[in-house]
Design a protein around this ligand. Structure first.
Ligand SMILES: [Zn+2]
Length: 333
């Protein structure tokens, strides 16, 4: 019950919503406001909680319109670096109370907003720390750098996981040989063939991977890498293979060198590290060895022609995934 001046008595109340316009930083901002009214005559009644919520909404609407960080977002940036409001302000060379004011709802100016946005990324914070005279003492600075390092690793890790989740299935099915995609095993396979061969071309590597996965599946009911292979004009090709090669290049596992041979562009696989221990089992290595020996003297064209005769290839159309169920028809001899 609230007292209504218009009715001159205690009355039931209800909340209505209506458009209201506020002046925020010299600009008219219109929002949907919640207002308390008398249930009998409809007169507006004072309610502190609703009024301040409305004002907060008006300010946030202004921030959204100008792409300014919200107070909570500013707080999150500060907290991810484990800094107090005071030391964060010090780090930025701002007044003592500035961060406190922003986190409590004052609208930040544009330049401050840009700096905060920039520093949201840990690697930018590292740049900022190395390129500016910082008002923090050595101990605080060391601690902050430590935090930045942890955040960077975390960010890379998350970005890496997102990449795989987006393009490669972790769910076993017939198309991936009943095995979720395994990047580590794939890298080991690529390194195995790249180290063994005197000159390994990308087109041949794709066929070697395909035969290894198919034969291992035929004998064990599961693939090695969990790759899906698509039917392309030159034979079966691992799905999103160029993307994987890009990732391997970035990870310094292996990269592609392009060279010209009699007017032809050739893509050679160059390993950048050793075959990792313990990633591939004895049985898996055994299959890779057999595939390597079988196709040792095949050029890219020979192996391509060879793979065209496979039932999995002839039974599928361009672009289709070649199911591992065709593995049973592959004869290596
Ligand atoms: Zn009333």
């Amino acid at each position: 019950m609230e007292y209504c001046d218009a009715c001159g008595k205690e009355v039931e109340t209800r909340i209505i919503s209506r458009q209201e316009t506020f002046n925020v930083c010299g600009e008219d901002i219109t929002i949907e406001a919640q207002v308390l009214v008398c249930a009998e005559c409809g007169e507006e009644l004072f309610c502190e909680e609703l009024d301040s919520a409305t004002l907060v909404n008006a300010y946030n609407e202004y921030r959204r319109k100008h792409k300014l960080l919200l107070p909570d977002e500013i707080k999150k940036i500060r907290e991810q670096y484990g800094l107090s409001q005071r030391s964060f302000a010090k780090l930025l060379n701002w007044g003592d109370k500035t961060i406190c004011r922003y986190e409590n709802g004052s609208v930040q100016d544009k330049a401050h907003n840009s700096l905060l946005l920039f520093l949201r990324e840990p690697e930018n914070m590292r740049t900022y720390l190395t390129e500016n005279e910082i008002a923090l003492d050595e101990r605080q600075k060391a601690k902050l750098l430590d935090t930045v390092e942890k955040l960077e690793q975390d960010t890379e890790y998350r970005a890496g996981r997102r990449f795989f989740e987006l393009f490669f299935s972790k769910i076993p099915c017939e198309e991936n040989g009943f095995k979720g995609f395994d990047y580590e095993k794939l890298c080991a396979m690529v390194l195995f063939f790249a180290h063994k061969s005197s000159e390994l071309l990308k087109t041949k590597l794709m066929k070697l991977l395909n035969y290894s996965d198919m034969i291992y599946y035929k004998e064990n009911g599961i693939s090695i890498s969990g790759l899906k292979y698509a039917h392309l004009p030159y034979g079966p090709v691992p799905e999103n293979f160029d993307m994987l090669l890009g990732k391997m290049t970035a990870d310094h596992i292996a990269h592609i060198d392009v060279f010209y041979d009699n007017g032809y562009e050739k893509h050679q696989v160059i390993p950048e590290c050793d075959i990792p221990d313990g990633v591939l089992s004895e049985e898996e290595l055994g299959v890779l060895e057999r595939i390597y020996v079988k196709f040792k003297d095949f050029g890219s064209v020979d192996i391509s022609n060879y793979s065209h005769k496979e039932k999995g290839y002839s039974s599928t159309k361009k672009g289709e995934i070649i199911s591992y169920s065709y593995a049973k028809d592959i004869q290596l001899n």
